[in-house]
Write a protein that binds this ligand. Structure first.
Ligand code: SAH
Length: 503
């Protein structure tokens, strides 16, 4: 069997968007992902569904796998013919032991590639508004490990040499020894008034920065309870932060927002929340799946000319419908003469992707509005096909039938419950760490409630439930959710606007 290849990858300091395209591709293609402590969940979600994920940073008993163990895992998996992504925080060659792992692989004749990443040494100060070099302030940059065991009699760090440098000093892993580091630098002659910044959890929503001087920074670190991971920056460039700090300034900064949409649909909402500086916590309560039995749908598609109208009440409905048409090689021209109604803007733009325009989009993007406008538009001899989810409410079909319209109600996709992150979300709700929960359909509310249970609902204290429209709000209230707020119009943009109005 041919050996697999190992990719030693850096994925940046925390903000997952700082991953490189190359790193992303390697993770997407990997059979095995071997990752460290500082690698976030989001990065791991890029791996294939069936990829093997091995955490070597922290095991359940809180011990990291020793370096030799990691080396062996890499070689073993590659010898099984698997492609391995060895994923590290920051850059693999900046205090990341990437060099040691590459040497081991070379020794065992395993092919490897190095994928550099954005190192925390530079990016974390940048997110705190500190450029590590600036022509007016310094002409060099030095990255130093501050991790030394306090028992060591003699330091491997040459403080004498460092104290003489006028360049910026960046210490990684040094938070525990900060007082010692500063004391040594002063002792060897560095100006005690040299500005210092310590940045904890840089590039994430938990980023915190404290500033001071060599003389007093340790007090601020202690007072604020700054812990690892943190980067210490020493030098006059630190003073630039006063004007250049930019991160966490958005209107939703510091706010945690749960997004309950399915993974496939969440991205637009997540992006908008993040653009305003908020933290979007994805809790996809539903997963979209194909229906199991296509008999009825295929029959309807073949005889599509018998229908005067097709009604789509969701983006997924449109997607599922046209995907199936393609699968059974039904020509889109068969729809000639059949009118199409959609519930709202998003569903309409999905339809547009197939080169079709909607004949009816209700004034208000709600089921009631769609129903009343349909009743006016549908002619007595026109049959209506409803293409919808297995769990959609019956309101539309009932209302049309009551108005004497001939309706065929067809399930075109299924929604399944997804409970992967339940415990984590429950804990956050209980600790009152969530500011908003967004609901973009009745089904997301129902699934959310059945996942967290009635007890879970009671745990929602200050978090506001922001719903996309009246039907969704009604469901939320009926299911005992408090603090319900409603978007003005039935769109994702309007949900985000509501969040902004509420902060
Ligand atoms: N290879 C990594 C560094 C690994 S050493 C890189 O290039 O960034 C681990 C140290 O990196 C931590 O102790 C801390 O000093 C720093 N670090 C990593 N991520 C950080 C973050 N998000 N915020 C602050 N410091 C971070």
């Amino acid at each position: 069997m041919k050996n697999g290849k190992v990719f030693i990858i850096g994925v940046g300091p925390g903000d997952y968007k700082l991953i490189t395209l190359k790193a992303l591709q390697c993770i997407e293609n990997a059979d095995v992902v071997v990752y460290d402590r500082l690698v976030g969940e989001k990065i791991l979600s890029f791996a294939k569904r069936n990829a093997e994920l091995i955490n070597v940073g922290k095991k359940p008993d809180f011990h990291a796998v020793p370096q030799e163990g990691i080396n062996e895992i890499l070689v073993k998996k590659a010898k099984e013919g698997k492609n391995v992504a060895r994923v590290k925080g920051g850059d693999p060659f900046v205090f990341g032991r990437g060099g040691e792992e590459a040497q081991y692989l070379w020794h065992h004749q395993i092919e490897f590639e190095i994928v550099p990443g954005v190192t925390s040494a530079v990016s974390v100060p940048a997110y705190a508004g500190i450029p590590v070099t600036h022509r007016d302030f310094c002409s060099s940059l030095h990255i130093i490990t501050g991790h030394e065991s306090p028992e060591k009699e003699e330091s491997r760090i040459d403080y004498k040499a460092l104290a003489m440098l006028s360049g910026t000093l960046v210490f990684l892993m040094g938070i525990k020894n900060i007082q010692e580091i500063c004391k040594n630098l002063i002792q060897y002659g560095k100006d005690p008034k040299t500005p210092v910044a310590v940045v904890e959890n840089g590039t994430t929503h938990r980023q915190r920065t404290v500033t001071g001087t060599l003389l007093d920074i340790h007090k601020a670190v202690l007072e604020e309870g700054i812990h690892s991971p943190a980067v210490t920056v020493i030098g006059p460039v630190v003073s630039l932060r006063e004007k250049l700090q930019w991160f966490l300034k958005g209107k939703l900064s510091g706010k945690k927002v749960i997004v309950t949409r399915s993974r496939e649909q969440a991205s637009k909402l997540v992006e908008k929340i993040e653009a305003f500086g908020g933290e979007a916590i994805e809790f996809p309560t539903i997963r979209i799946e194909k229906i199991e039995d296509f008999t009825q749908l295929d029959r309807a598609m073949k005889g599509i000319r018998d229908y005067g109208w097709i009604v789509f009440t969701s983006v997924n409905g449109v997607k599922a419908f046209f995907e199936r048409m393609q699968e059974i090689r039904a020509d889109i021209r068969n729809l000639y003469g059949t009118k199409i109604a959609v519930v709202g803007e998003a569903t309409e733009s999905e339809l547009n992707r197939y080169g079709l325009l909607a004949d009816l989009v209700p004034q208000k993007f709600t089921t009631e509005s769609l129903l009343s406008e349909m009743i006016h538009r549908v002619k007595p001899d026109e049959k209506v096909l409803l293409a919808r989810a297995d769990i959609a409410t019956e309101d539309l079909s009932r209302g049309l039938k009551e108005a004497g319209v001939l309706v065929e109600d067809l399930t075109v996709y299924r929604t399944l419950m997804e409970d992967g992150r339940k415990q984590k979300i429950m804990d956050m709700l209980e600790r009152n760490q969530i500011d908003f929960i967004t609901f973009t359909s009745s089904s997301t509310v129902k699934n959310f409630v059945s996942l967290i249970g009635e007890d879970g609902v009671k745990k929602i204290k200050s978090a506001k439930a922001v719903c996309i429209g009246p039907v969704t709000s009604k469901t939320a209230r009926e299911l005992g959710i408090r603090g319900v707020e409603e978007a003005e119009i039935h769109t994702i943009g309007s949900v985000v606007q509501k969040l902004l109005d509420l902060v």
